[in-house]
Design a protein around this ligand. Structure first.
Ligand code: FAD
Ligand code: SF4
Length: 473
């Protein structure tokens, strides 16, 4: 698996080290993680590629400004635990970010080694994952530097990356932190959305336990807005509330047939499989339709996760139906590549127009039309235009709709003082996350709409700083 260095005239360059992974034919039928991670030898070799730039661009490219050259140097010196701790100074979920962050659009995109086009960027994400895993697997829990207790209570709504990050930063600043989570497990999308084969749940659980060891209290099965309102939290003595409730409300296409049996939102499909462990039948008896021919509609990470989950649940054929071309696909290139390798069939430039059912009300086929690309739209991507008379059908028994999620309206609906934008996102100050209601801060997908783990974490950090300042005034 390791790419051996190829001697160049006059100079031997170490190529970017590939991470060993499961063979596509085997992994397409199991839920174990696809890449195995770097060995220490591979990590040291990859770390040796970093040229330790005087003005490193990679730090600017990281939304939480990890000191990337410093942790890479520690790996090169084989100080793996210290490397993991160095990352944790800025990022409380490094094992998660090393696996799911779009580094190719962030730190690695601006890495000076890759910028000149003569070499590939340092594999920063793979190294982050290695150091974080090493520290977790080899070191006992060590209490980080903690400020003296302030006795001030802060409530966090939602235990996704935004909420967990805010919780970690606030407890270290000495405050009493309680996280309220609607589901029976903490982690947000990291546990209910992203599948085991991309992000093992034990890793998220370890990060949650780390926070509990620091003293964060976790109240599960608590829906803020139903079980308790924001106003009641203040009445209970909380001095600030951070809302990190995410964007978990699925969007549908509003085409005929969406109410047939066998049509799922990606959220429901993935939650049944991941959080409710439908894949582990008969140990878990969560019902799910194990379709034989599954069509997933959409082109983002959520669509890739759904289509690849369908294969692992036993589908013979799993399609991605996407109305634009590969170039416009919003999913991470690595995920598209993995999906292609596993045999997912891509129906590109294709728009579903209706889902056809049988006389028992179950999905039987999906009717689609071919598209061509016109001028760019407001998103900068070329607008798909329907080709007249191009309709055709694909026989399927399950359809998963993965065309995006909207914020859950529960908190703003139950707290009218919190102002929202037309699409339901909470309006918050970009630097602090402060909302229109004094003492209430918000960040992550509930503010930005569906985005990324690292942006949600960055928002959690910013609000933690602002809440700390406000509490100390
Ligand atoms: P969430 O992770 O959504 O967490 C919000 C939490 O709040 C949830 O646990 C929810 O149950 C809880 N909650 C909601 N309402 C209430 C309430 N009223 N009371 C109490 N609790 C409440 N991003 C990447 O960077 N890389 C990827 O590869 C990637 N893949 C993805 C794959 C899937 C399938 C999905 C769905 C998303 C993916 N994302 C990815 C996006 C990323 O996961 C999100 O941007 C991120 O999780 C947002 O974090 P958050 O903390 O704002 O919200
Ligand atoms: Fe190393 Fe790239 Fe950062 Fe330079 S920009 S310090 S080469 S990771």
């Amino acid at each position: 698996m390791v790419e051996e260095p190829k001697p160049a005239p006059g100079k031997v360059k170490t190529p970017r080290q590939k991470m060993p992974e499961q063979e596509p034919s085997a992994r397409a039928r199991n839920f174990q993680e696809v890449p195995f991670g770097y060995t220490p030898e591979l990590a040291v070799r990859e770390a040796g590629r970093c040229i330790q730039c005087k003005k490193p661009k990679c730090i600017e490219g990281c939304p939480v400004q990890i000191n990337i050259p410093a942790f890479i140097k520690l790996i090169k010196e084989e100080k793996f635990t210290e490397a993991g701790r160095k990352i944790k100074e800025e990022n409380s979920l490094p094992a998660v970010c090393g696996r799911v962050c779009p580094q190719e659009e962030q730190c690695e995109q601006v890495c000076i080694l890759g910028a000149k086009g003569k070499d590939r960027p340092v594999a920063i994400g793979n190294l982050e994952r290695f150091a974080a895993d090493w520290e977790r697997e080899h070191e006992d829990f060590i209490l980080p530097e903690m400020a003296p207790p302030t006795g001030l209570k802060v409530a966090i709504v939602g235990s996704g990356p935004a909420g967990l990050t805010a919780a970690g930063d606030l407890i270290r600043r000495g405050h009493q932190v309680t996280v309220f989570e609607a589901l029976h497990k903490a982690g947000g999308v990291l546990v209910y959305g992203i599948p085991e084969f991309r992000l093992p749940k034990a890793i998220v659980q370890a990060e949650v336990e780390y926070l509990i060891n620091l003293g964060v209290k976790l109240h599960l099965n608590q829906i803020v807005g139903k079980s308790v309102t924001v106003a009641e939290l203040f009445a209970q003595g909380y001095r600030a509330v951070f809302v990190g409730s995410g964007a978990g409300a699925p969007q549908f296409m509003n085409i005929p047939g969406e109410n047939l049996n066998g049509v799922f939102s990606a959220n429901e499909y993935l939650t049944r499989s991941n959080l409710m462990k439908a894949y582990a039948f008969p140990e878990y008896d969560t019902p799910i339709i194990r379709g034989n021919r599954v069509a997933t509609i959409g082109g983002g990470n959520v669509a890739m996760d759904s289509a690849r989950t369908a294969l692992r649940l036993g589908a013979e054929t799993s399609y991605i139906i996407y109305r634009r071309s590969l170039t416009e696909m919003p999913a991470r290139a690595a995920e598209v590549h993995h999906a292609e390798e596993e045999g997912i069939r891509f129906e590109l430039l294709t728009l579903p127009v209706r889902i056809i059912g049988n006389d028992k009300g179950f999905v039987q086929a999906i009717e689609c039309a071919r598209m061509e690309l016109g001028e760019p739209d407001e998103s900068g991507r070329r607008r798909p235009i329907k080709v007249p008379g191009s309709e055709f059908t694909i026989e399927v028994d399950t359809v998963v709709i993965a065309i995006g999620n909207l914020p859950n309206p529960l908190i703003p609906d139950s707290t009218p003082e919190i102002k929202t934008a037309p699409k339901g996102t909470i309006i918050a100050e970009p630097e602090t996350g402060l909302t229109s209601m004094p003492g209430v801060y918000a960040g992550g997908d509930i503010v930005t709409g569906a985005a990324t783990v690292i942006l949600a974490m960055g928002a959690g950090k910013a609000s933690a700083r602002a809440i700390d300042r406000m509490l100390k005034q």
